[in-house]
Structures are given as structure tokens and as C-alpha cells.
Design a protein. Structure first.
Lengths: 281, 410
């Protein structure tokens, strides 16, 4: 794992964007996000070993997530919002879709060839040392009419209509256990929402992960999403009876307990904590 | 007798809504599309309409029925109705290409499926019983337990794209679906006629709006009961049904708190009444371990509110066509109407053993309206006979609502 992480780090350092350094006006910022599974770079159409507490072999089906409210923090603690590039495809207002699946292998079930693993925008020129963002769709956009929503909120694979919102992350995989094959899904989004969905909806469980990366490479680093860390405390080869496969955010699905904990989310009375999935890179 | 008061209230709401109906028609004549809707009579066009512009919609409502509330952004047109009808029966709208909306919503069963719990395209069993679609236009909320589902165009995205459970299984497959549809001349015509202003009419929004229009049009109110009440046809009901009607509307049985009004439902939303909210009620079907719990995948309104007292609270369905929509309850756990009446007579169902054991009659969450009653065997048979007089055979066989792809029998 250690060597792989170093490898990943090296790979990503080479991908770092050349941020503008001109004084004064806004400068471009590109934040690469990479994902590792089984200690290796995530990819579709291949097997990964050593996943979860039972060290299972898995075959990815999907990995997509929304990030929003991206901020860079200056040395003096002041945070500025990254003004996301409105590209008409991956970013809308202050939300970006990170799409790691390329439609090959099992990812072809719902996926597409296009991928996006970079957050793009501008910030005022300055000296930034830390990065903050939220995994999730902001409340103001989470309950909009999906059928007319602009990209990237128009991907039906991330719709969660019965919950009147979006899946903030969908990370699905096939899990092998001897000859047996099962599916394990991680779908996290807001639940128990009530009220006027076109106005003031209140969700008892917002389930948005706040990410604060303080040791962030002088403001020019990238982000590592450690998928293995999601499953610390989880055996992906088992699933509680009479519950959906994996964790699909049901407030009473015990399979979600450890997973929500890794995302820093409160669950079944356990308090929120610091997330342990996203790291500076 | 209580039901006479009920009838006069229907008549009042009818006259009140005449004006609303005229206003609606006026609005349709003005808006609705690029070319003028004109004032053509409401023809029943061929399945493939001519691309001559939106045809003004005229409701063909049964006597006593108010004009349904139509979403402002989606005025009714014949062209959208025809597109929606085809899409409703279209198996290309499933991951397996062998399942459609109609697979769980069969016209001959008042758009239910006869199964305890619906089964999706890939074989996943839904936690709940497929609900009928008759008069869904009048329902303020749409599904068994979701208080947020107030728009058909939004609700239908769940069976199309939902994954927990998989119903039609189209999550992530929207591009493939529109490839399938746009390849067909039939859908080029139908989408083009329904949305003549759109450069590319093949969008999820348009698909959803067309199916919504079809569903809004599924009005059922020409049963023997209606002929008896509205047309004064004394012979429309049997003597047993008439006795059953007395029981049904009596304070003893107290059915109409949850199954009242023109639609025998807990709420009636229409042009003259736009704010009605559906109450959700616990009818004492379960009380697992005496805690008020329902089975974990069927906790009712609690799923959205998280309030203990909302466990087991479901939307009381309309009783129109109830005779052909067995089995009953949100989970299809009661097979016959006779047993349903037994359940309410007892004031709840007792489960003696197994993981669901408990006495629903004693549930802390049970509705105050369900207090039990005593009714003779003959009385129950009469109530069933009355409930079966709510079956609208014309609706169940109306060719307007039928499968356009079915081989014609004539």
C-alpha cells in the first residue's frame, strides 16, 4: 500500500496544473483527484484484491461523486471560493461531478466513456495552503427538477428521485467470495427530507461530507480518494439480511454504520467525526 | 343517512367546478403550443396523430367529477396523451426490453398487477403493492408513503430510473433509451407532434410530461354506483349493494374518514382545491413486538419523517375499482376484500408468530378512526357487494387507455 501510494503521489504530482502566477487578477486552479482501490489506481475492467476487512477481490461497476463548495484557504485562515468553470458538462454553479468510470467492463452497465477527475476554476491570486470542499450536491440544487436539470445534474445514474435528490456518491462493485458473486454498493445522499421541495426542504440526514485538507502542498496539490479507507471496519463479502446490498443510506441499514463513520457522517446516534476518505496528495 | 349528505356535497362541488372547467379550457385554447389549438371538437385521433399542432383538450368527465388540477407547465393535449399512451406500454423503456409501465399497471385490473408486491424488470421484488392509477389526477400525493411525491412527472422517474429496488432499471441508460426511441418512425412522429416547438423533442422532460398527461387522463367514474347516484338509476345497484352502501357510509363502520368524496379517497385535489394534502394513516396492520414497528422495509411515512409515530402510516388508497385490485394493503398481505373487512372489524390484524408477531390493534401509532365494529356475515357480504359496485367496466376496457401495440381482435 505504501509504495503504491507513493506511486500514485508521483503520478499525480506530474499531473499538477500549471497555475497562473501573474499578480493581481484571478488565477486558474486545477485540482486533480485520484482514487486508489486495493492500493492501486482505480480503473474499470480489472480486478482489485485486498478490499475491506475480509480482503476481498472486487470488480468495479461505478465510481462517480459530486463535490461542491470548493474553497482555498490562505495562510491567514481566510477562505475564498473557487469559482468553478461553467463548462456545460462537468461543472454547474458550485458543483462538480467527478467521474472515474469509463464505461468499460462492468462499468458499461450504466457508465459512459467520458471521465472527469479534475476540479477546474479560478481564485484571486494569493498564497493558499489548504483546501476545503464538500462531497455532495448543495441543498439549493439537491431538490431541483431532475428532468430539466443541467449537466452534470442530468445523469440518471446519479438521480435519487424517490429521495427527491441526488446520490452524492455512487461506488458500486462486484465482490467475489469463492464461487459466489455479490454486489456491494455505496450510495450516499440526503435522506428523510420533508417540506416544500421547490423551496425550503429540510433533510434530517443531509449526509454531506465536509473535507478539510490543511496539509495541502502549498495550495497547489491534488487530492487522493482512498477507497480502501471507506471499507475499514466493513466486510464487503457480507451484507446484513433484509437490507439493500452494501450501503444505500437507509437510516436503519446497519451496513452503513462503519461506512458513514469513514465519511465522517453521523449515523444511528453516532456523532459526526473527521472524514477519512480524502487526503492531500 | 350519511351518504345523502355526501352525495349533495358531490353535486355542490360539481357546479362549483363548472366555472373552473371553463377557465381551464380557455387557458388551453390560448396557450398550449406554438400554433393555435383551435376550437376543434375533441376528436379521438388515430394512434399516430398528424403533425398539425396541439389539439385542445376537453375533459370527458363523469357526472359529479371536478376538473383535475393540471400542472401549469404541462397543459393537456391529445398529442401528448397519445405519446404518453405509447410510452406507457413501451417495453423499450426497460433495461430488459420486455417490461413497461403497464407490466405493473394493467388496465383490466384498474392499472394494478394482481401481485402482492410488484416485480421489476430484473426480478427484484418491490417492498410494496403496485398502486392503481384510476383517478390519480385527484391525488395530492401519489405513493403509499412518500409525502414529497406530488408530481406525476417527477414520480414516474422513480420506476424508470430507481435502483432500490430496480423497477424498469434505466439508471444510466437514458442515451440508449432515446437511441431506441428516436430510431423509430412512430416515435419521431409522436414526439414531434407532442412537442412541435422542440428542435430535439427526445428528452426525459418531454417523455415524463407525456406519460403524466396519459396518467392524468385516467379518470374512472362510470360504475353502477355512479349510475345509481348521478343518473338516478335505481336498478343500477343490487339490493345487497344498497344495504352495503348503508353500512359503508354508517358511523358504525366509519369508512369515509379515509375513503370519502367523489374518489373514495382521503383527499381530492382538483382545480377548485389545490392545497389538499393526503393524510397518512396507520391502520393497525402490524405492531411488531408491541413497539408500533412495521417490517423494516415498509415503515411508511417514518421513512421520510423519522418520527416514531409515523411508523406504518400509509396513504389510504381510492376505493374505486377496488374489487379488481386484489390483493390489498401496502404490501399485498390481505388477499380478499372479505378479509380486509375482517381486519377493520377487529380494529387491526394480529400476527401470532414469526418475526412480525404483534397485535396491530394495540399499535401506539394506529389511527383513531380505526376502532373496530361489529358486522354480521351478511352485512360484510353486502359491503363487498357495494365495493364491487364501484367497478367501472367502461374504464377497464376503454380503448383510449388500452395497449396501442396489442394485436387488434377485430
Amino acid at each position: 500500500m505504501f509504495s503504491i501510494r507513493n506511486f500514485s503521489l508521483a503520478l499525480l504530482m506530474s499531473l499538477l496544473a500549471a497555475c497562473g502566477s501573474s499578480s493581481g487578477g484571478p488565477r486558474n486552479v486545477e485540482i486533480d483527484v485520484s482514487a486508489i482501490l486495493g492500493g492501486e489506481p482505480f480503473a474499470c475492467d480489472r480486478l482489485f484484491e485486498g478490499v475491506g476487512d475480509s480482503s476481498a477481490t472486487v470488480d468495479p461497476i461505478d465510481l462517480r461523486l459530486y463535490v461542491s463548495e470548493v474553497e482555498l484557504v490562505q495562510e491567514n485562515g481566510n477562505a475564498v471560493s473557487v469559482d468553478l468553470t461553467q463548462d456545460g458538462e462537468w461543472q454547474y454553479q458550485n458543483v462538480a461531478l467527478l467521474d472515474f468510470e469509463n464505461g468499460t467492463g462492468l462499468c458499461g452497465q450504466r457508465g459512459t466513456p467520458e471521465t472527469n477527475t479534475t476540479i477546474r476554476g479560478t481564485v484571486p491570486d494569493g498564497n493558499y495552503t489548504a483546501l476545503r470542499f464538500v462531497m455532495g450536491v448543495p441543498e439549493t440544487l439537491n431538490h431541483i427538477d431532475a428532468a430539466t436539470a443541467p449537466s452534470p445534474l442530468n445523469k440518471t445514474a446519479l438521480w435519487w428521485n424517490w429521495n427527491m435528490g441526488y446520490k452524492f456518491i455512487r461506488f458500486d462493485m462486484e465482490v467475489f467470495d469463492g464461487d459466489a458473486v455479490s454486489e456491494f454498493r455505496v450510495h450516499i445522499g440526503s435522506t428523510m427530507c420533508e417540506g416544500d421541495m421547490a423551496g425550503e426542504a429540510i433533510c434530517a440526514n443531509p449526509n454531506r461530507t465536509q473535507v478539510d485538507l490543511v496539509e495541502w502542498n502549498g495550495g497547489r496539490g491534488s487530492v487522493l480518494m482512498d477507497l480502501d479507507s471507506i471499507f475499514v471496519g466493513t466486510d464487503v463479502q457480507t451484507n446484513l439480511p433484509d437490507t439493500p446490498p452494501g450501503c444505500m443510506s437507509r437510516p436503519d441499514d446497519g451496513d452503513c454504520g462503519p461506512i458513514f463513520g469513514r465519511f465522517g457522517l453521523p449515523f444511528m446516534g453516532s456523532a459526526a467525526s473527521e472524514q477519512k476518505v480524502f487526503f492531500p496528495n | 343517512m350519511m351518504y345523502w349528505g355526501f352525495i349533495s356535497s358531490i353535486r355542490r362541488s360539481c357546479s362549483n367546478n363548472l366555472l373552473a372547467g371553463l377557465l381551464l379550457l380557455g387557458a388551453l385554447g390560448c396557450g398550449g403550443g406554438s400554433s393555435s389549438g383551435g376550437s376543434q371538437p375533441p376528436e379521438r385521433p388515430d394512434p399516430a396523430p398528424t403533425p398539425s399542432g396541439p389539439t385542445a383538450w376537453v375533459w370527458d368527465l363523469p357526472p359529479g367529477f371536478p376538473v383535475p388540477r393540471v400542472p401549469a407547465g404541462n397543459p393537456m393535449t391529445e398529442e401528448k396523451f397519445q405519446l404518453g399512451r405509447h410510452l406507457f406500454y413501451e417495453t423499450k423503456l426497460s433495461v430488459t426490453e420486455d417490461t413497461s409501465c403497464s407490466s405493473c399497471h394493467d388496465q383490466s385490473r384498474a392499472f394494478t398487477d394482481g401481485k402482492p408486491r410488484a416485480i421489476g424488470a430484473t426480478g427484484e421484488v418491490h417492498p410494496r403493492n403496485a398502486q392503481g392509477l384510476a383517478n390519480i389526477a385527484y391525488a395530492p400525493t401519489l405513493t403509499w408513503n412518500n409525502p414529497n411525491e406530488t408530481s406525476l412527472a417527477n414520480q414516474l422517474l422513480t420506476p424508470l430510473f430507481g435502483e432500490d429496488p430496480v423497477e424498469l432499471g434505466l439508471s444510466g441508460l437514458e442515451n440508449l433509451v432515446f437511441e431506441r426511441l428516436s430510431d423509430e418512425e412512430l416515435y419521431q412522429e409522436l414526439f414531434g407532434a407532442a412537442f412541435p416547438d422542440d428542435v430535439d423533442p427526445f428528452t426525459i422532460e418531454n417523455l415524463a410530461m407525456a406519460i403524466e398527461v396519459f396518467e392524468l387522463a385516467l379518470i374512472s367514474g362510470r360504475s353502477p354506483y355512479d349510475r345509481f347516484i348521478q343518473d338516478g338509476d335505481a336498478d343500477a345497484l343490487s339490493e345487497g349493494a344498497k344495504r352495503g352502501m348503508e353500512h359503508f357510509f354508517s358511523e358504525n363502520l366509519d369508512c369515509t374518514h379515509c375513503h370519502g368524496g367523489a374518489n373514495f379517497a382521503s383527499a381530492l385535489n382538483h382545480e377548485g382545491n389545490q392545497s389538499d394534502r393526503t393524510p397518512f394513516e396507520n391502520n393497525g396492520l402490524y405492531n411488531i413486538g408491541g413497539t408500533g414497528n412495521y417490517p423494516a422495509d415498509n415503515q411508511g411515512l417514518y421513512e421520510f419523517s423519522g418520527r416514531e409515530r409515523d411508523k406504518g402510516r400509509m396513504k389510504p388508497p381510492s376505493l374505486r375499482n377496488i374489487c379488481v385490485t386484489e390483493p390489498y394493503m401496502h404490501d399485498g398481505s390481505i388477499a380478499t376484500l372479505e378479509e380486509v373487512i375482517d381486519h377493520y372489524e377487529r380494529g387491526g390484524t394480529r400476527t401470532d408468530s414469526g418475526p412480525l408477531a404483534g397485535d396491530g390493534r394495540d399499535s401506539p401509532n394506529k389511527s383513531d378512526f380505526i376502532t373496530g365494529f361489529l358486522l354480521s356475515r351478511e352485512g360484510k357480504a353486502d359491503v363487498v357487494e357495494f365495493l364491487c359496485s364501484l367497478t367501472d367496466d367502461e374504464f377497464l376496457a376503454n380503448p383510449r387507455f388500452s395497449d396501442p401495440f396489442a394485436p387488434t381482435s377485430d
